[in-house]
Design a protein around this ligand. Structure first.
Ligand SMILES: Cc1cc2nc3c(=O)[nH]c(=O)nc-3n(C[C@H](O)[C@H](O)[C@H](O)COP(=O)(O)OP(=O)(O)OC[C@H]3O[C@@H](n4cnc5c(N)ncnc54)[C@H](O)[C@@H]3O)c2cc1C
Length: 453
């Protein structure tokens, strides 16, 4: 049987699964090239280290709108259960939380990476870590991949602890690929070339360059004359120009968050937001961020927070009016005590400020519009989003290789036989909740299956 040499560029979620699937065919010789010192570095950071690897409610509507028709075809070709079964076959036990998010039972991303890495230890899989692909040269029957070794960035192994962990002595000076240890003074990149018949680009997106994100994949796609839809941040914290978020920094609230551009609602999410020094983060804010970033490209975006989403306006009014009546009877003194027990003190203060209510106002002298103003501030607390954080803080890249150029059943590039593109490099970004990893697994799975034919 003819040998099928396949080079996979990027050992993240999509690249690892593509390598695993393709390597099941014995005639396939896989070369997995990863610039980090470990495989699956980004996976380790997902779900705050717990790895929210999929969701029970996978459907195209959980992704950017222009990807939905493409994804309909993808998910009809590979059902979510098939991916979950594959992950279970690697030895992972999975469980889901009340919101349908799926995690490994051990709640540890390292176990996911280890399970996949262990299965990749096969005679027909060759893994090159700390190796960056710098050029791809098209030959008559295949490709030549040019690589150079790189220094690890985030794990500074020159520290004493890392030296000890790596079992190295101070006198061990030179670069060691096995331990990933390097010495600034003696490091010299090694250039190599590899020939292959087929290629999978699994380089990921631009986000989180600290752990492997970058634009090399886009550069390569452009060199193949492929169109790229402009890149922007998704699942990204949002910046508010005003000072008040600083006073709430560290506080989490369950809210309904709505965003408006040009007086039209562009996003609405519910759940937890986290106030930070610069603005808002947390699941509900991150979820809304893709649409907010798009809105900011065109102009102003105003947000409104409903701090009591569990009640209707009428219910809120009834509850607050009854409360005021009771507090006045009990001779509770000032406005600043009115919201005690409903919100944290700092949140109450910000709400009173927004309502234009002076904290020292005696409740017995509350004006007729006291409740009205308070309801407005509690249920439609408005502010402008000035910008979003950059790619360093964006969990996902929106935009990428345009989907019209990709076959949704195989992930092969149309008009470029034997080149496949998978994962976040494509113009697909999902909501927060395991959708991005699910797409990375699915695209790697389909490409791995088809490239091995
Ligand atoms: C902090 C954080 C938390 C997240 N949490 C979640 C979550 O809970 N659930 C979820 O579904 N998604 C989450 N995501 C998103 C998810 O991690 C990504 O969408 C997913 O990893 C994309 O997979 P990929 O294979 O396309 O890219 P990656 O996993 O990024 O892998 C690409 C790999 O290619 C390597 N590479 C790039 N260029 C080269 C080159 N020239 N040569 C060699 N190697 C190269 C990179 O080093 C990288 O390891 C999170 C992302 C971040 C940053």
């Amino acid at each position: 049987m003819k040998e099928n040499r396949i080079a996979i560029i990027g050992g993240g979620a999509s690249g690892m699964i593509a390598a695993l699937i393709a390597s099941e065919k014995n005639n396939c010789k896989i070369l997995l090239i990863e610039k980090n010192h470990v495989l699956g570095r980004k996976i380790l950071s997902t779900g705050a280290g717990k790895c929210n690897l999929s969701n029970q409610n996978i459907s195209p509507c959980n992704y950017n709108s222009n990807a939905r028709a493409f994804l309909k075809k993808v998910f009809s070709k590979t059902k979510p259960e098939e991916i979950l079964d594959f992950l279970k076959d690697t030895g992972l036990w999975l469980e889901n939380d009340a919101d349908g998010r799926i995690f490994p039972r051990c709640m540890n991303a390292q176990e996911v990476v280890d399970a996949l890495s262990l299965r990749l230890q096969k005679p027909n899989v060759e893994i090159h870590k700390l190796t960056e692909v710098v050029e791809i040269i098209k030959r008559k029957n295949g490709f030549t991949v040019k690589t150079q070794t790189v220094k690890p960035k985030w794990d500074n192994p020159t520290t004493r602890l890392s030296r000890l962990k790596a079992g190295l002595k101070k006198t061990d000076g030179a670069y060691s690929a096995a331990s990933g240890w390097w010495d600034k003074t003696s490091f010299k990149p090694k250039i190599e070339t590899f020939d292959c018949e087929k290629l999978i680009l699994a380089c990921g997106g631009k986000s989180y360059p600290q752990i492997g994100g970058g634009d090399w994949g886009y550069k390569l796609a452009r060199s193949l004359n492929l169109k790229i839809r402009s890149l922007s941040c998704a699942i990204v914290p949002l910046i508010i120009g005003e000072k008040w978020p600083r006073d709430l920094s560290g506080i989490r609230c369950n809210v309904l968050l709505s965003a408006f551009a040009d007086n039209k609602k562009i996003a609405e999410t519910s759940g937890e937001i986290l106030f930070t020094d610069y603005g808002i983060s947390g699941p509900a804010a991150l979820e809304a961020s893709r649409d907010i970033v798009q809105g900011l490209k065109k102009g102003k975006v105003e947000c409104r927070i409903n701090f009591l989403p569990e009640f209707s306006l009428k219910q809120t009014e009834t509850l607050l009016k009854a409360r005021l009546k009771k507090m006045v009877v009990l001779n509770e003194k000032k406005a600043d005590s009115f919201l005690k027990g409903i919100f944290e003190d700092k949140v109450s203060r910000i709400i009173l400020d927004k309502a234009g209510i002076k904290k020292e106002t005696p409740l017995s002298k509350a004006k007729s519009d006291f409740i009205e103003n308070l309801i407005e501030a509690i249920t439609a607390f408005n502010f402008e989003i000035s910008s979003a954080k950059s790619f360093e803080n964006a969990m996902v890249t929106s935009g990428g290789v345009e989907l019209s150029q990709i076959n949704p059943e195989t992930f092969e590039v149309k008009g470029h036989k034997d080149i496949y593109i998978v994962g976040e490099l494509l113009d697909i970004d999902g909501n927060s909740g395991g959708y991005n990893l699910h797409f990375a697994w699915t695209s790697g799975f389909l490409a791995g299956k088809n490239i091995a034919l």
